[in-house]
Design a protein around this ligand. Sequence first.
Ligand code: C2E
Ligand code: MG
Ligand code: MG
Length: 693
Amino acid sequence: MKWGLAGRLGLTLGLGLMLALGGNALLVWHQQEEAREQQLLERGRAVGELVASISAGALRAYDLPNLDAYLQRAAGQQGVVYAAIYDAQGRPLAQAFGAAYAQSEAQGSVAVGAAPATLLSQLRERVGVVPMSFPVGDGTSQVGTFNLGLERPTGTAADQRLFWTQLAIFMFSGLVIGGLCYRLYRQRFVQPVASLIEALRLTARGEYRQLPRQADNELAGLQEAFNGMVQGLEEDREKLHHQANYDALTGLPNRMLAIERLGYEISRSQREEQRLALLFVDLNDFKLINESLGHAAGDQMLEEVGARLRSCLRDVDTIARLGGDEFLLLLPGSGDRAEIEAVGQRLIQAVNVPLPLPSQELIVHCSIGVARYPEDGDSVDTLMANADNAMHQAKLEPQSTLCFFQPAMTARVQQRVQMEQDLHRALERGELELHYQPLVDAGNGRPRGAEVLLRWQHPERGMVSPAEFIPLAETTGQIIAIGEWVLEQAGRQWAQWSAEGLTPGYLAVNISRVQFQRNLAWTLGRVLAHYRLPPSALELEITEGVLLEDHELVRRELNELRAMGIRLALDDFGTGFSSLNYLKRFHFDVLKIDRTFVAGLPRDAEDVSLVKAVIAMAHGMELEVIAEGVEDQAQFEFLQQQGCDLCQGYYFSRPLNAAAYRDYLRQAHSRDSASLMMPGAVVGAERRRHPRP
Ligand code: C2E
Ligand code: MG
Ligand code: MG
């Protein structure tokens, strides 16, 4: 049995009290015994001295009858066990036994029928008998001894009863007081402390519970302090819970909570045999808007879009912000295609309403991907992945679009994963190679250089387009190693052709936005130094995407490149944000008009006016213009008329591998070996502004 604090205290107090009171009763009993013995001795002494004095004469005279009579009288006194007279030689002359002896005999404590002498010695040694001895004689000579045995007094039965009753009362009092202390201590101290300990234990487990006010003593302060602490912890937890589960900007549940709710809704739909729709909503070109209008406007837009999406949903639906410009919508009970399409249309309409930003009104588009339980998956991961796939499919459309998941999309994702793995090995296995597409002078039709285009000879799939694998390499970061390899190869190739006596002009290398963040100037400097190339041997083609990154960093990097003498071309102009602001802010040397605008020339009036305007504007800003995707003579002639500086396209040549491009150069060389591609030999005022090697 385990004794608690209260049990131990009660027991200690009870036992202590019993011992103290019991001890006291024993002491009193003992004192009474002593007083009784004292009285007995005094009485015995009186009897003894009297008998000793009166029996001296009878002893001298050997008057035995008289001596007997004295002894009988003495033995008749209360408490006398025996009385005996001995002569000077110690021989017993007479003896008598009192009433106390009869009692002892009756109790069997002395041997019945023993010889008087033996009996006397027995009685003397008996514990309960107090022997006394008195000399008989006058002051000068002793004639004998008077021996007296007294029964040691024991308390009366009444005394003993009293003693035991007292003892019982004391024990009982000890028990009662101990018990009371136990109860009081338990109630007032142990229980509040125990509930405090239990509450602390729960608190440690994260279950916060306030304590009822149990104590009205010093413990009350402790309870109050504890309750205050629990309240503080609860508030902190609430705050933390909110921070961990809700998005700070929109106040909507975040990814973590969204996943939790999705899991819950899947289980519920399973139980109730219901359907469930999961929608991924992503804003189109949010990054562009965020970068061009500033993060404050971007935040305002996200807040507004979040509120608009919420307003289109029922109370039972969930909306969460997964991060960036991606929202997740959960529609329990919805699975019907037409019903979801109707919701999707409402969402698209709500998002498309122009946003009144401080600087301007802005129309935002969004892409919605839908995955349904149970047909598109029955787990959080599958439904999320499939809704994401569907959303990426929707993203391929320029306008706001809703797209339902289809199993073929998974195949595309798997293909992507496979390609990612293959791309890892492509460099090591030498599956990558560079092709070169001539950049032709629009004035005289002679090549002035080439654009370097990467090719991947996949062992099973054959030629994979860079448009397919470069974005993948960018997301996985493989583009860093690949980009360095391209620069290295281009540099090596230029040096080799030059050494062979060819005039390769310049090589325009495409640079990804990811490469830009990795100290591009340093890599380029290394390549130039290693192959002893003039900076004019290489040109870098950058798309507007690069300029969306950290402006300061990009500007610094561009300035560094320019300081090295490297020329910069803005690629695919017209397809991105086509911001004049960029052209002004970052100094480019060349502007490449995207082939989508060249395709309609010279019939499409819109393309015609656009290309004319771009050429005029670029020349106004002292930029050289290259038209991409020139496929026929009509396009070329139109571009010539407009003063376009350079042309690139199938009309002149498709991208060629190194050997084919070498032949192309040789042919061009032999056609006009003296003037082709020499510095200053280019035709046209603008072109003279940008001398080439
Ligand atoms: P880009 O820089 O705009 O390259 C021009 C693309 O247009 C090339 O496609 C080229 O083959 C194609 N092209 C040229 N003339 C014509 C024409 O007359 N008609 C048509 N329809 N197309 C023409 P390609 O080689 O498939 O490259 C696609 C894109 O991949 C490039 O676009 C460039 O952005 C990227 N890329 C290619 N190589 C590299 C590289 O080494 N590094 C990086 N970062 N990106 C690269
Ligand atoms: Mg390019
Ligand atoms: Mg281009």
